[in-house]
Design a binder for this molecule. Structure first.
Ligand SMILES: Cc1cc2nc3c(=O)[nH]c(=O)nc-3n(C[C@H](O)[C@H](O)[C@H](O)COP(=O)(O)OP(=O)(O)OC[C@H]3O[C@@H](n4cnc5c(N)ncnc54)[C@H](O)[C@@H]3O)c2cc1C
Length: 460
């Protein structure tokens, strides 16, 4: 149980408003804000909240696109005042951190030891490790390294009743004890979106930094050619992609502006960004990439190469400019009842081209302006960013998205590949999960949070 006093809960209007928005476009003003500086303070606050039946929603960088990190019920528990990197151990290749450290900052601390923190959400300079774990965040490089989950070695979690549990993955290679869903409690909390406990410490596994990474931006005269190239790159044994990202013609326009090169690849209708990371001892596959691009009708004279850390950082900045710009456009429509609507669906990568074509047809049929479409094509995972100019258009866009998601599910896909369900996508959970699966999740929630105080409205 907790050994510290609970932190002050601020009721100040200005402070409450400062924590009322995330990247979802919604505004939910909490009744109070708590900013604990230690795990014990978190636990004390939860113990009090459980007794009083006060809802508590954990928040990190509040970059959630699904309104998961905001609430107008009870206390908003910001973990940003717990930003410590406790230890980076270059021998054991692990980092131990408090939940409020920014992912980008931890990544740089690990790189100083020649180690790679693999999870790389595009929002890494604004989002926290606690938030990335709670959302099981992915990124472009998840194509090679997986999402956040496999990199989480251990967690300390403050439960709803104010107790703190320490959870560590086992090294078992075989195990037949009990139900698989109970084998590894670390997995209960990764991706639980603040609904099962508050993560107060994280231990992450690290990888050796790759010796050389080369990025290539490859333009194409047509979208279908670009998407055929994505599948070929994924299937090829001659190249070593750690990410394969697609940008449609609208995303290309934003990227050109961000890069300050308005005349780059003027004949292009799409481009694909890849990063090549050959296994140790094997040379960069630059020539193989160019040959593959040429055989898929790329505009090879306009290919851009990003070689070296500074150039790669610039490529990342340009990549980030697309969702960031779309967030700005969405925010500008808030006063009119509009906002950005972002899809997060994914399908098996071989089905990506027909699914994007179908999604575009559904938008056309509903006379909704086409979404800016970009993202993790190598995983069959594009984001469609629609801008709803007003409440009426928002309703029509949501109908288009729901029709799209039904087709995604029919193709064996998911409605939310990396941003989670939060509050905004809860209505779409039953498209993918059976009533039995939902009841099982509800039973886990009841067991860990019997008073239902944690992040009400998220997921379930
Ligand atoms: C421009 C932009 C680009 C993005 N790109 C990506 C991307 O490439 N990949 C991706 O996966 N996501 C992306 N996202 C979504 C989001 O940034 C990530 O999911 C991010 O990891 C959330 O971290 P955060 O610290 O902002 O968490 P928040 O938004 O503050 O919270 C997210 C969820 O985690 C819970 N939470 C936060 N901290 C804790 C804690 N300590 N304990 C328990 N629960 C907690 C909250 O209750 C909430 O449910 C993007 C968002 C933006 C705005």
């Amino acid at each position: 149980m907790a050994h510290a006093a609970a932190p002050v809960v601020t009721r100040d209007e200005e402070v409450r408003r400062a924590y009322a928005a995330d990247a979802s476009g919604l505004v939910l003003v909490p009744d109070g804000v708590a900013r604990p500086t230690s795990a014990d303070e978190v636990a004390a606050l939860l113990a009090e909240a459980s007794s009083a039946g006060t809802p508590v929603t954990a928040a990190g960088g509040q970059t959630s696109t699904t309104a998961a990190s905001i609430s107008d019920r009870g206390i908003l528990l910001s973990l940003r005042a717990m930003p410590r990197i406790i230890d980076v151990d270059p021998v054991a290749r692990v980092a131990r951190v408090e939940p409020g450290v920014l992912v980008g900052e931890l990544k740089r601390a690990c790189a100083a030891h020649d180690l790679l923190l693999a999870p790389d959400p595009t929002s890494e300079e604004e989002c926290t490790v606690g938030g990335a774990v709670a959302c099981n965040a992915s990124g472009a490089r998840s194509l090679r390294y997986g999402a956040t989950r496999p990199h989480v070695r251990a967690l300390r979690v403050a439960l709803a009743d104010g107790s703190i549990v320490e959870l560590r993955r086992t090294a078992l290679e075989k195990n037949t004890v009990g139900y698989a869903l109970a084998h590894d409690p670390v997995d209960w909390f990764v991706g639980s979106e603040g609904t099962l406990g508050v993560i107060v410490e994280v231990e992450l596994g690290l990888l050796p930094l790759p010796e050389r990474v080369v990025g290539l931006a490859i333009p194409f005269a047509t979208e279908p050619a670009a998407l055929r190239f994505v599948v070929a790159a994924r299937d090829s044994r001659a190249v070593y992609p750690r990410c394969i990202e697609f940008f449609d013609v609208l995303a290309l326009a934003i990227a050109r502006e961000a890069e300050g090169s308005r005349d780059w690849a003027m004949g292009a209708q799409a481009f694909v960004y890849v990063e090549d990371v050959p296994p140790p001892g094997i040379d960069s596959a630059l020539d193989e990439w160019l040959a593959l691009a040429e055989s898929h009708d790329a505009l090879v004279d306009d290919v851009r190469v990003y070689d070296g850390e500074t150039a790669l950082r610039e490529a990342r900045r340009v990549r980030h400019s697309v969702p960031a710009r779309m967030n700005e456009r969405g925010a500008a429509r808030r006063a009119h009842g509009g906002r950005k609507v972002s899809t997060d669906w994914a399908v098996p990568y071989g089905s990506l081209a027909p699914m994007i074509a179908r999604a575009r047809a559904l938008a056309d049929e509903a006379r909704v302006p086409q979404a800016v479409t970009y993202g993790h094509a190598g995983n069959g995972h594009p984001h469609q960013n629609f801008i709803a100019h007003d409440a009426d258009e928002l309703g029509r866009i949501e109908q288009v998205v729901e029709a799209t998601l039904r087709e995604v599910i029919a193709l064996g896909g998911t409605v939310a590949a990396e941003h989670g369900i939060g509050k905004l996508k809860r209505k779409w959970l039953p498209l993918q999960m059976s009533p039995l699966q939902v009841r099982t999740m509800q039973a886990v929630k009841r067991e860990l949070d019997p008073a239902g105080i944690l992040a009400p409205g998220n997921v379930l």
